[in-house]
Ligand binder design. Structure first.
Ligand code: MG
Ligand code: ZN
Length: 227
């Protein structure tokens, strides 16, 4: 009792996928390759917050015929670049029995196969595709709860509230504006990219990471502090 391992088990980790586990945003990468003209205007509307992430992503995928999904999966697996240290980090997560979830605004058809070597499906929260119609339709199994202002698609703060265990610290790992609401909910944010700026502006406690070796070191330091 009272071991470091026990302290680590008082952490709940919520990790973004696009631009965090992967080097590049896979939705954008897939759109560049598969979407017809017009998708960029929708992307710009999302980035300028004219429309919600949920509406924008739904509209972009609705431009793509359902029969292209298999080709998209193959393309995604071929070109994806996983951020250095992720495999080792997942090893560390397993050995330390850490509670770890991936929370992604991406879709099951590419998130599951890309993460299959390291993360079981039960630990992944993402959107689903319905390919029974002529065009791709997105389903939102993790839509916003009553405490969220809405439009997230896959609502990271809602997932954190649903899975919160009393006495545990919630750690968010992420890179961008889609992690902002989760960051406000977190006890500590491990951030890169634009999420660093958001944490600065909002006075949210954060640490910076470049790769998953950094993430591991930060969690180890946290464990030392908690002792
Ligand atoms: Mg991201
Ligand atoms: Zn939400």
């Amino acid at each position: 009792m009272g071991t470091g391992k026990e302290n680590l088990q008082n952490l709940q980790i919520y990790c973004d996928f696009d631009g965090t586990i992967t080097e590049k945003d896979m939705i954008i990468t897939l759109m560049e390759q598969f979407a017809p003209q017009g998708w960029e205007a929708i992307k710009d509307a999302v980035l300028s917050r004219t429309i919600s992430v949920q509406e924008g992503v739904g509209r972009m995928f609705a431009m793509i015929p359902s029969d292209q999904i298999q080709e998209m999966v193959e393309y995604a697996r071929r070109i994806v670049q996983i951020r250095p240290g992720f495999a080792e980090f997942m090893d560390y997560v397993r050995r330390s029995s850490l509670e770890f979830y991936v929370t992604s605004g991406g879709m099951d058809f590419f998130v599951y196969p890309i993460l299959a070597p390291w993360v079981p499906k039960e630990q992944i929260y993402c959107n689903r595709v319905d390919s029974t119609g002529p065009f791709i339709r997105i389903q939102w199994p993790h839509d916003c709860d009553a405490q969220c202002s809405g439009g997230c698609g896959c609502c990271k703060p809602s997932i954190m509230r649903q899975t919160r265990r009393p006495g545990c610290k919630q750690i968010v790992i992420g890179d961008s504006v889609t992690d902002a609401k989760a960051a406000k909910e977190a006890d500590l944010v491990i951030a890169r990219g634009y999420l660093v700026d958001i944490c600065e502006q909002e006075h949210i406690p954060y640490r910076v990471f470049r790769d998953f070796y950094d993430v591991r070191n930060i969690l180890e330091e946290l464990r030392q502090e908690e002792r």
